[in-house]
Design a protein around this ligand. Structure first.
Ligand SMILES: *[C@@H]1O[C@H](CO)[C@@H](O)[C@H](O)[C@H]1NC(C)=O
Length: 338
């Protein structure tokens, strides 16, 4: 009986050991591809933000994305929603990030995570909490500034430990994590700041995850947006010559997979303008070309949803956006398949 128990225990331990070592994700620089569980992997992803819909719709929207044939989702973390009051963190209800990521994993997705701290001007104050504006004498945003970085470092020491067990190599769904956000579009171009951020990410996440950056497709953007130790990718939309488009990524990532981190099937709306509409045949043409040449692509947005309350952002010259973030996306603001 004792021997049988031992044998059973050994079998159980072996099975569990296998489960843990089975999941692996990384970049194969020789074969120019991502590698998942030992095999070349091409992601076909769509953007969706949990805050831009009621929690009751999370499952419906994600299942529709899975039915569309995507194998990945890309999603932002909105810092301002989690730290409404300085030092008080809210991860409940609509803010339950871990539950959202686990739901996506259960459906079958892997996840490309964009944790900011800045996360795009299309959300109020780029996702920064309002209280950072209380004292404007000493703070400077998105650069090597101690007031700003103290707040960022404290937030990341709360957020990133929640993400660490969800990394693909730790048994979770998260395959890559972005450092900053399209930083090459910001005038500061402070490489010390992006290096500092990268180091905070490494401290809190460990070495076993691919970090990346993404930028608008041009040499100046990549020069300021790229950080050593994070994989450089680009964003571009329809009617682009993709051979030419990836020339710039190759300047900063000479080896590794080709990645379009934001391919636009629509566009944001601005107050007073007509609802954005993009030609479906143009989208399909460029998307088909990328997919058939092995490009990893994320469709931004696949489901846009709603900017609730006063959370909508603005475009340059402070042209405000409406509450709708429909984006002319494949799944409409109301959740319909278009
Ligand atoms: C795309 O650009 C490449 C390189 O410049 C060129 O050889 C090719 O003809 C272009 N393709 C189209 C469809 O314009």
């Amino acid at each position: 009986m004792y021997q049988q128990l031992c044998a059973l225990l050994i079998i159980i331990l072996c099975i569990c050991g296998q489960c843990q070592s089975e999941q692996s994700f990384g970049i194969d620089f020789d074969r120019n591809t991502f590698v998942k569980d030992g095999k070349p992997f091409q992601y076909i992803s769509g953007s969706i933000h949990m805050y831009r819909m009621p929690r009751e719709y999370w499952n419906d929207r994600l299942e529709k994305m899975w039915a569309a044939g995507l194998n990945a989702i890309q999603t932002y973390v909105f810092w301002d929603q989690h730290e409404l009051v300085e030092g008080v963190y809210n991860f409940d209800d609509t803010n339950d990030l871990v539950a959202f990521l686990q739901l996506a994993q259960k459906i079958g997705f892997v996840i490309i995570l964009r944790v900011g701290p800045y996360i795009c001007g299309e959300h109020e104050f780029g996702g920064f909490p309002w209280w950072l504006l209380r004292d404007l004498t000493d703070i400077q945003f998105r650069r090597m500034n101690s007031v700003y970085l103290n707040a960022v470092t404290r937030w990341m020491s709360v957020l990133l430990p929640k993400i660490r067990p969800l990394l693909y190599n730790n048994g979770g769904p998260v395959i890559t994590v972005q450092v900053e956000n399209e930083y090459g579009s910001y005038k500061a171009c402070d490489h010390d700041y992006t290096s500092y951020l990268r180091d905070i990410f490494r401290q809190n996440l460990g070495d076993n995850v691919a970090l990346f950056t993404t930028d608008c497709n041009g040499p100046h953007y990549l020069e300021c947006g790229t950080t050593k130790g994070a994989y450089s990718t680009v964003n571009f939309g329809i009617k682009t010559n993709i051979t030419e488009a990836f020339r710039y990524q190759r300047m900063y990532a000479p080896h590794g997979p080709l990645v379009n981190s934001e391919f636009y099937p629509g566009w944001l709306d601005l107050w007073g303008n007509n609802h954005a509409k993009v030609s479906t045949s143009d989208i399909i043409e460029t998307l088909d070309e990328m997919l058939s040449t092995g490009v990893n692509v994320n469709i931004y947005m696949f489901f846009g949803g709603t900017n609730f309350g006063f959370t909508s952002g603005a475009d340059p010259d402070y042209q405000p956006q409406p509450t709708s973030y429909d984006y002319d996306a494949p799944i409409s603001e109301a959740g319909d398949i278009t």
